[in-house]
Every structure is written in C-alpha cells, then in structure tokens.
Design a protein around this ligand. Sequence first.
Ligand code: DC
Length: 218
Amino acid sequence: MINIAIDGPAGAGKSSVAKAVAAKLGFIYVDTGALYRSIGVSALRNNIQTDDAQAVEALLPEIKVELRFIDGTQRVFLNGEDVSEVIRMPEASMAASNVSAIPAVRAFLLDLQRDMAKNNNVIMDGRDIGTVILPDAQYKFFLTASAEVRADRRFKELAAKGIAVDYKALLDEIIQRDYNDSHRETAPLKQADDAILIDSSDMNIEEVINAIISNIKV
Ligand code: DC
C-alpha cells in the first residue's frame, strides 16, 4: 500500500489539499483530527473537563469511534452516531486539542489509524502521522502557513458555512492550539526529518496540490 502523510498546524489547508490529492490519485483521504474531535465532543457531552486526563481516560472504555467511507468521503461515528458535522463546531477544536495531549487517548486511536493505512492507499492528515503513526510512509509532507493566513482562511471557511466568529478570537485560538499541539509531551506536532516542507502562506490551493503531486510517483 502507498501511504502519504501530511502533518502541520491547524488551518494550514491540509484537509482541502489532501482531499484533492486523494481524488486525483484514487486514494482514501483519512482526516485523523476527526478522531480526536470525536473524543473531545464525547467529553464535552459527558461534562468532563477536556484537560482532565484521568476523567477522559476513564471515559475511553465507553467510547467507540469508527471511520466509514461513504461515496469515498470519510464519516466519523461516535458510538454509532454520525458526528461528522457536530465535530466541526468551534468548541470541538480546543476540546480535541486538549484530549489529544492525553497519552491514553493517542494510544486508543493508534491501531485504527495504522489499520487504515495497512489496508488502503491513503493520504492521511494530522499532527504526528509522519513521526509516529506512519513513520515508514513513502511520502511525507509538512504543510504550514503563518498564523494570520490560517486564521483568515478558517474565518472564511466558517463564514461560508454560516458560522459567525470573531477573527481575533480565531487567531488567538490558532496560536493557543499551535502552542498546545507542539508543546505536549506525547507525539507533539513536529516536522518529520524526512518530510518535505511546504509553506502555503503565499500559495493558492492549486499550487500546493501541484507541489505535492509533483513529488509522488504511483
Ligand atoms: O486537524 P484538526 O484541527 O481537526 O485537529 C483537531 C485537534 O486534534 C488538533 O488541535 C490536535 C489534535 N490532533 C492530533 O493531536 N493529532 C492528529 N493526528 C490530528 C489532530
């Protein structure tokens, strides 16, 4: 199987780019952030502090997270419920970032991600795909952009969905999430030594897609 890893900070455009590359190559696009978001949503629904490692860990045996692909599009199920839309609500972002720092949560989601990559040609996006989940992936990219550009893109994305948010609050949240995600002890956001760095601050999506495709031989 061919595995492509795309890591990078929140809002760098990983999902749009990975979706397009997957469509071009006929690969499955796996969005691993959705897994952490589902656990975050489960904690919120159970009135558990998302940074309370013990409480979140105690919740894990009650949680079943599954990925299903419907018409080639990933849907995420939490205990049988399709939560693919719910997990996109802004409050799920910080909840996901908090629970993702808990080692037991990362261990809980490890096999699911590796199994997907073992059985399919995948392009998988996340924070630790090239470093921890798929260290032997044939292709690795680290996609980034300035915090301002990323906040601006998220703002427009949410606005297009009719979700109104304050730009400054979004920027602050991105900066906070970057800090959380790259400073945690377990599997922090980090460029793998053998990953190709793409800074998309001054690139449009087509240019990023081409930069990736031009590196891949299938
Ligand atoms: O990619 P995203 O914004 O949907 O991810 C939500 C949070 O989940 C992010 O702040 C960090 C965490 N995450 C992670 O720790 N590891 C991954 N592979 C994917 C996401």
